[in-house]
Design a protein around this ligand. Structure first.
Ligand SMILES: [Zn+2]
Length: 320
């Protein structure tokens, strides 16, 4: 387009001359036009979105996506809550049924909650997330995974013990070390504090004493392995210690002689020694100890005192 020229009459020269508009004036004119068009389009935009309350198509699409996501998250949260309540009932059964069956202690709730007892983490995340849905879902997922992990570890332990339960019942001391149904056997001293038979001073007696004739057979009271065969002149005399596993050991003392060597695997009811009167002893008897987790416990809790002769016969096994 050719540039529009303006001419102006000059009375001094009596001629028409080209009229020049200063650059500054031209620029400000263009700027005013630009500003006017900007104001008009902004007016349209605000009028459209604010006063008519309409969204642009792009905004509409975003809002739709956001709504879909929100309802999906809401659904996920519902499922998390369902999973969480199933997990809670599993935890209860684990704590109050499965673990106690095998003598395991219950897992404290704060450990089960995996350190999510407080609300701090939640409110922190929430500050980035106005609706709160996203952070709620993220935290729910975290908590559920950790709780489920702890629960599965606990079940692993229970399964392991359950698998070992049969073996455990064979190993834990469960019969008397001598035939207490025979009239020649006498229960001569109990577990606990008693006056010492030699000097009368009250001392802890760490086992039970069962008196009988020298030569009376002495039996292993549970499956295990012989871990010590020794002689203690001022104390136990000839003695045998059997390790049964699961925290249990038994000691048989004042023996005439032991019939097993170190390392021998023994079965419950297998004869391991002969009653005697060796060491610090005032007459033929067996001093029998049950040691659980390195502490002597009362052996009377580990066998039936009213055992019938035929029942005892069934408990002992021929030495093999
Ligand atoms: Zn004793």
């Amino acid at each position: 387009m050719p540039k529009k020229r303006r001419y102006k009459f000059n009375p001094e020269t009596l001629a028409y001359e080209l009229h020049k508009i200063p650059i500054k004036a031209r620029f400000s004119k263009g700027f005013i036009i630009f500003l006017l068009s900007l104001v008009t389009s902004l007016g349209y935009y605000f009028g459209y979105t604010k006063y008519l309350n309409l969204d642009t198509p792009k905004m509409l699409a975003l809002l739709r996506t956001s709504d879909e996501l929100s309802s999906k998250l809401e659904l996920m949260n519902k499922r998390f809550n369902q999973a969480n309540s199933s997990l809670l009932s599993l935890q209860m059964r684990d704590n109050y049924i499965y673990r106690p069956i095998f003598g395991m202690e219950e897992i404290p709730q704060d450990i089960r909650d995996a350190g999510f007892g407080g609300i701090d983490r939640y409110s922190y995340l929430k500050s980035f997330d106005r609706s709160g849905i996203l952070s709620r879902t993220a935290i729910n997922m975290d908590v559920l995974y950790k709780k489920a992990f702890i629960q599965s570890k606990s079940f692993d332990d229970v399964v392991l013990l359950a698998k070992n339960a049969d073996e455990m019942s064979l190993c834990v001391p469960a019969i008397p070390p001598v035939n207490i149904s025979a009239s020649r056997i006498r229960y001569s001293s109990s577990f606990g504090y008693r006056p010492d038979p030699f000097n009368g001073q009250v001392r802890m007696h760490s086992g039970v004493d069962l008196s009988g004739p020298v030569g009376e057979p002495i039996f292993a009271t549970g499956n295990g392995r012989v871990v010590e065969v020794g002689f203690d002149f001022f104390g136990y005399g000839n003695f045998v210690i059997v390790d049964h596993g699961f925290g249990y050991k038994t000691r048989y003392a004042h023996l005439k002689t032991s019939m097993v060597a170190m390392g021998r695997v023994v079965k419950r009811g297998e004869q391991i020694a002969i009653m005697g009167n060796t060491g610090r002893s005032k007459g033929p008897h067996v001093h029998y100890e049950v040691i659980y987790r390195n502490r002597p416990v009362n052996p009377l809790n580990y066998y039936n005192r009213d055992i019938e002769p035929e029942d005892f016969k069934a408990l002992i096994s021929p030495r093999g």
